[in-house]
Design a protein around this ligand. Structure first.
Ligand SMILES: NC(=O)c1ccc[n+]([C@@H]2O[C@H](COP(=O)([O-])OP(=O)(O)OC[C@H]3O[C@@H](n4cnc5c(N)ncnc54)[C@H](OP(=O)(O)O)[C@@H]3O)[C@@H](O)[C@H]2O)c1
Length: 294
């Protein structure tokens, strides 16, 4: 690999990402001679930005909102995860070829294992049907979970299930939400509700929580959403979106470098970039320690 290699983050806007701090910390911890920079790329300039990645000094890129699906046709090859989700968040250059991968799927799977190591047969309620929910539902289906999917707009949930070809996943209408959430083993919140700059509050009715199950909220800014605050107050195992963010970044790092990712250093850097230190990047629980097994 050439010295002074570069990796780009293609985003629009690009200002708020945690990835530069996280990836730079990883390069430093592993002594990798590469730089990582975020670029604000408007849609009209995306094709040129991707074309530039085919030559030195580029090793590849991360791709984020709103470009994850737009770059797909320009890839020479897609990994199974990227093909399945129809979205690329990591580009790896091999020679002049660009390989599109999606590290959100394995990133979520690895984060979930911190709160719920045994997921086969578990009853999981997923709320939301946007891009993040696709990675979540695919990862849960791969792991053999019994999934029920709820979304404000039923048609978007149906589109998700059709795109992933998962007819066995149950659509959960609003009337069935309360019973399903109370009895579930894991609740995964994937909407933008509760996110800084997003709709305020929680997408679930006040007070609705699993009896004993874990609560995972993909939002990481703020570290504790109203839903997570309620879960913590109820003593439930709870995790925000930071572990998923860190693990997807770790997977991308490994794809570019072939070197095992320093996840602790990446987690600490991500947390610091978000204004930490918080309660520890690897999860939240009522007593502030590592997640309990659900
Ligand atoms: N931790 C991580 O690594 C990670 C990775 C990716 C994303 N995320 C987070 O996941 C969240 C979703 O991202 P995304 O890319 O999937 O977004 P998206 O594609 O825009 O989807 C948004 C989702 O939120 C729902 N929603 C929006 N406003 C709502 C409201 N007022 N009430 C109920 N539902 C509402 C939408 O429902 P409708 O279909 O009805 O509009 C849809 O299900 C964001 O907070 C993002 O930061 C985290």
């Amino acid at each position: 690999m050439p010295a002074a290699a570069r990796i780009a983050l293609l985003a629009h806007p690009a200002g708020h990402s945690v990835s530069p701090a996280m990836q730079r910390a990883a390069f430093a911890a592993r002594g990798v001679g590469a730089t990582y920079d975020a670029f604000d790329v408007p849609p009209a300039e995306l094709a040129a930005a991707v074309a530039a990645l085919r030559r030195d000094p580029w090793w590849g890129a991360n791709v984020t909102v709103p470009h994850k699906t737009a770059v797909v046709p320009w890839m020479d090859e897609l990994t199974p995860a990227a093909r399945r989700l129809g979205a690329v968040n990591t580009i790896v250059r091999r020679g002049e070829r660009l390989i599109g991968d999606n590290s959100d799927l394995p990133g979520f799977a690895r984060a979930l294992a911190d709160v719920r190591p045994e997921i086969a047969g578990a009853r999981v309620v997923v709320v939301g049907a946007g891009g993040a929910a696709r990675a979540v539902v695919a990862a849960l289906a791969d792991a053999g979970a019994r999934i029920a999917l709820h979304n404000r707009s039923p048609e978007r949930a149906r589109a998700l299930l059709a795109a992933l070809a998962l007819p066995e996943v149950a659509w959960l209408p609003a009337e069935g939400l309360a019973d399903a959430v109370v009895g579930c083993d894991v609740l995964v919140q994937t909407t933008t509700v509760g996110m800084a700059g997003g709709p305020a509050g929680s997408p679930l009715p006040d007070g609705l929580l699993p009896d004993r199950g874990a609560v995972v909220d993909l939002v990481y800014r703020p570290a504790v959403t109203p839903l997570l605050a309620a879960a913590l107050a109820a003593g439930l195992p709870a995790q925000n979106g930071l572990p998923m963010l860190v693990y997807q970044g770790a997977r991308s790092f490994e794809a570019w470098t072939g070197v095992a990712a320093p996840v602790e250093a990446m987690g600490a850097a991500a947390e610091a970039a978000l204004g930490g230190p918080g309660r520890g990047w690897s999860g939240l629980v009522a007593d502030g320690d590592r997640p309990r097994v659900g």
